[in-house]
Write a protein of this length. Sequence first.
Length: 212
Amino acid sequence: MVPLDNLLAFTLAALVLILIPGPAVLFSVGRTLALGRTGGLLSVAGVSLALIPIVALVAVGVGGVVAQSVVLFTVLKIAGSLYLVYLGIQAIRHRKDAASAPDPTRLPTGHGRQLWQGFVVGITNPKTIAFFVAVLPQFVDLHAGSVPLQLMELGVVFAVLALVSDSIWVLAAAAARAWFARSPKRIERLTATGGGLMIGLGGILLVTGPKH
């Protein structure tokens, strides 16, 4: 178990990081505008679930290899960025379906698929791996038991905090979307806007951040 002092310090640090709007918030809002509240929440859940295997990789040492490897880091970065662009293009292509559907708060995409798409976006973000490799070990006490288990504990705390924070952003975006949903034309434009946000985010992540 992580000592209480370390756990509280990590929780505070994680909250500061999570509450500052970043790529995760842009992705969540973009998905909500394109898919509606349910799609947004499922996307957030998928991204949060992806943090668990990432932390597990960090705990067993694989994460360090990925974070230090130019090739692996670049491949994951490009794959994740291109997948975001793909999701954005799909949202724009199907904007008329969203506007004409009986329930205009989501595209005709299965809930399982929406969850999976969020998971893929989360698992292909090498910056998350690099962050965990750099930050999590600082809050581990070598005399407090198994280091991998402590790393997993910290990772779960981060995932829960991220899930709650990003869900709040989704609910706020969904509330605004409800007004647009009164008009098929407005919901069509809003869905396209959500797709544009995802495409833009994919492009930004591709050309910014650590090059390794």
